[in-house]
Design a protein around this ligand. Sequence first.
Ligand code: ADE
Ligand code: ZN
Length: 335
Amino acid sequence: MSLDRDFIVGLPKAELHLHLEGTLEPELKLELARRNGVDIGQTAIEEVRATYDFHDLTSFLAVYYPAMQVLVTEQDFHDLAMAYLRRAAADGIVHAEMFFDPQAHTDRGVAFSTVIDGLWSAVQEAPSLGVDASLIMCFLRDLSAESAMETLEASLPYRDRIVGVGLDSDERDNPPEKFSEVFSRAREAGYRLTMHCDIDQADSIGHIGTVLHRIGVERIDHGTNIVEDPALVAEARERGIGFTCCPLSNSFVTETMKGREIVDLLRDGVKVSLASDDPAYFGGYLVDNVVALAEGMDLTREDVARLARNSLEISWLDADRRAQYLDRLDRYVAG
Ligand code: ADE
Ligand code: ZN
């Protein structure tokens, strides 16, 4: 079998860095705007796409958050997640850990229960598509630590529906230590921990050190600036820290897809996986990201199989399920 798109689609793999709000395609955005009577300032697909003009994380987020006002009812959140899960199934994703940003909705007056009930009903339906799904709740780092703590408290009645917590939104002036208390409380509550360390931020490497040493995350979302510190790379490799890298997203918010960094880490034995971040905004889903990296960096069959293997190994699946998928992956690669 050669390294073509079909081979990549067929690899059993996990998607671990996917913002559900970032899967809101222009078609669904307009449909929900109509359904809910929300004026978003655009009525045609091309008009929506014309607003997708960003060159860094801040300018992306300035387009991203206002669009969420079309998400109002439990059905809207359900429809959003189901649309993504259908695409995930078509991409050969067997397990998806999906981020959601409750504060982006509760701050507009949508109840936490509306968000979680809508998303949860989609998670329950996912196995009918051949996908295992779970939810990771992200805190918005540009809001206060108190707001994050309140959100954590609001989530506790739904503890069994949420596998872990993450941290996203604008990293500038919002370092990880701002949320150290929230994350230690989340750990006590049994949540798994991940955090964004976005690409080329002011003091990226300092933030990566903090999330590894002070916060104690199991994974880092993005995080490829770690290559600037070989001692931290060695530590991440030894501790089996997972990295969820997003080439297409990188090429929107920085100059390049950071292919060299991703591939060096991968071949150095660091547990790197690929993911799609906000696919409705960054031009592609998971397989598109793998194909872009494979073409841009001349990846081998072993490289892409390793990326798929890492995604399963660093996932928060239970051990039995993970072993089943790894076995399926081995048989696929051997066959
Ligand atoms: N929210 C959605 N996508 C994000 C990203 N790549 N970084 C930070 N916050 C985000
Ligand atoms: Zn992200």
